[in-house]
Design a protein around this ligand. Sequence first.
Ligand SMILES: Nc1ncnc2c1ncn2[C@@H]1O[C@H](COP(=O)(O)OP(=O)(O)OP(=O)(O)O)[C@@H](O)[C@H]1O
Length: 500
Amino acid sequence: MSQPILTLSGLSKSFPGVRALHDVSLSLRPGSVTAILGENGAGKSTIVKVLTGIYRPSDGEIRVRGELKSFSSPRDAWAAGIAAIHQETVMFDELSVAENIFMGHMPTGPARFVDWSEMHARAAALLKRIDAAIPPEFKLKRLSVAQKHLVEIARALSHEAQVVIMDEPTAALSANEIDDLFRIVAQLKAEGRAVLFISHKFDEIFRIADDFVCLRDGEKVGEGAIASVTEPQLVRMMVGRPVDQVFPKRDVAIGDVVLSVAGLSNATEYADVSFDLRKGEILGLYGLVGAGRTEAMQGLFGITPKTRGTVTLEGRRLSIGAPSDAITAGISYVPEDRQEQGAIVSLGIRENVTLANLSKYIRGLFLSRTSEQAETRRLGKRLAVKAANWEQKLAELSGGNQQKVVIAKWLATRPKVIVLDEPTKGIDVGSKAAVHDFIGELASEGLAVVLITSELPEVMGLADRVLVMKEGRVVDAFKRGQWSAEAIVGAATGAAKEAA
Ligand SMILES: Nc1ncnc2c1ncn2[C@@H]1O[C@H](COP(=O)(O)OP(=O)(O)OP(=O)(O)O)[C@@H](O)[C@H]1O
């Protein structure tokens, strides 16, 4: 067997009160893809941060091709041939594609000035190598997330990176874009590089990984060839017990119409979105990335202006000009993008959970810390938020646990209607089941739920009805018991109409 490109031995990393990694060893072979799996908070991102020079390990060794390395900055990791493609890209929007690729190592001419034509030519060649049709002189901000990933890959190639780390790279990509990315992963493998791949999606892991390493509570609990394990075995390894991923749908008595939306439109992204939503009902909004679901619901909630349409809650016509109007009326929206819209990461869990509805915790003249704590504890436990304590800063939580706090925050407002936008994106299987169960419980208590999701099993498992959106319009509707996966996907892609 060939010598590993990268070896980690006995790696540990502690934060005050938290042991994020303990005695983890792994090695990456040239020409192979290794998947790291684990529940939210298991330590996956911490490994990435140690490998990219962002965190210094408390203990342990990193070797690249047998040579001992110590990284005190991301630059050191780059120099050692390790590059990362991040979930949220860390590049410069105002700079050009070429500048982003060669940031920190731009080709220079005789007087040490940047040699722009050389830089553009080299950038074009790198982009061509991965079949990316992106002009090097374009500003980065003009690109889609998928194109930004390609620029990051070109940047990794410009450094001749031997190890390419991909941390949830497909989170914001469409099916076609994922195919393109996986084609490049195959190319990186063929060139003898090692890829470290982090994903919560088992289908992707089985599709492209050769090896796996499974973490639980910061420790390695399993590793081997992906061909030697099944999905249930991996799930069991991750959570330490078998998880029945499918929660039976609760039988909920569906009540009167709570929310009526009629003719909701804006100038460009969605048009004529109409539906009724009943008490206790879970209405799925299915569609491909870019179908306009998020935009329409953000219009409903007052985040973005709508040009037309009416919203009626319990028979009363609402005039929603801003999110505060929607919240006061009893409509909550849990965004997909927790970092930008959902949470304040410099505050603690309790402060985030109670933020959207502080008046609820006032006893007499003062804010009651005890009632804030009680509500935070109740919701935190119900959603299986993993944290050292309820005062811990959100910035210190793993990504999936931040997402759960954002859901808790909006639930604490005790809304009549809640819109959940991709609520389980980036959440591990165990927690996903907890979130699904909780959504069912809320519906049984009379809450009306709109569930935006791109995951078919999720929408078919939870929803009573599904509306399918395509190119900004509702194109089809299905009732539980009268749908099939093919019909729903067919409506979302337009395949059903073409076949008819
Ligand atoms: N800067 C920090 N300060 C304190 N604790 C931290 C810090 N960064 C991470 N942790 C803790 O380390 C543990 C591992 O977190 P990590 O982000 O590596 O998890 P993860 O496996 O990537 O999870 P997810 O799937 O949710 O992204 C968690 O308990 C987290 O709260």
